[in-house]
Write a protein that binds this ligand. Sequence first.
Ligand code: PLP
Length: 359
Amino acid sequence: MTRPSKATIDLTALRANYLWGRSQQTGKAFAVVKANAYGHGAVACAQALADIADGFAVAFCAEALELRNAGITNPILILEGCFDLDEIRLAQQHTLWVAIHQESQIQDLENTSLSANTLHVWLKVDSGMHRAGFAPQEVQAAHARLKKCQAVASITLMSHFASSDEPDKRTTLKQIDTFEEATRGLPGIRSLSNSGAVLAWPQAARDWARLGILLYGADPLPQPTAQLIPVMTLQSEVFAERWLEPGESIGYGGRFVTDAKTRVGLVAIGYADGYPRQVPSGTPVSVDGALTRIIGRVSMDMITIDLTSHPSAGIGSQVELWGKQIDINMIARAAGTISYELLCNVKRVPKVYVGDIAV
Ligand SMILES: *Cc1c(COP(=O)(O)O)cnc(C)c1O
């Protein structure tokens, strides 16, 4: 038997999450499939969404070309924009939409002869996140220069939120105001909302939402409000078991010491598969559908779980690390990180796609 660890990807859930996310506002929606679709497999996810998605968004040019090479013909937006002229030419050639977030990218367009009316640009406004984009007072001038570039076919106005997943913070409203102020009087459609904004800030809804983490069924809000379906189930099996006497230690560092007679199950998943090493003893896992806990340190290829109160579980029992039974946000909190990072880090385990993909 081969190692029973895998990431099962539910493409029906992915489609349902996309449709639900888009239905929360009146505009269109990108399915954000950057970083290999947050670890879920960009090509497979894009193919599963191709007949319903208004467009896809990726971080950089090579990610977009991977989708084009796989036969994806939907609009694709490059969120980080192009790094040089060669990439702009590729974008043009493959009809990719590009973010323009800094001066040098405008200069590239001004100083080059590209075929007229071929490039759809997304002008990024820094409305307060202070990461990428033009400062509010630079936006009108940037827009005017882009308008003069022969290659530019259309200009969309976009911005990104720093704290849309924090419903108590007023900064999202402030960012919306700043964006409105900076873009007053400019024509063109607009795009503000990421997942957090779609879930918590209806005021941010414009022409295009950019749905990332919610597609994958991980609610970014502290108090989940949405009916999102987890797409990835990270799972494995118990492949060995042993009884320990009270006072015996388990695993690296011997950090966990039994306080009673304990039955320990050995599970074939570890930090080399992307399960976070940081989680402490007590972190929940499910075994044959019942809740139990990790005991001892997470090692590279294995974890140890408590089977003492699960007498029917043993070798061959199914273990879920996160998915429909174990909320990935709980594991992320235990590891001091966010679901995004856990999902992106999944590696080594095979991905198994399930669900009916109606194409
Ligand atoms: C990654 C990204 C998104 C998607 O964010 P989620 O929080 O995953 O919804 C949207 N817009 C931009 C600019 C991004 O970089």
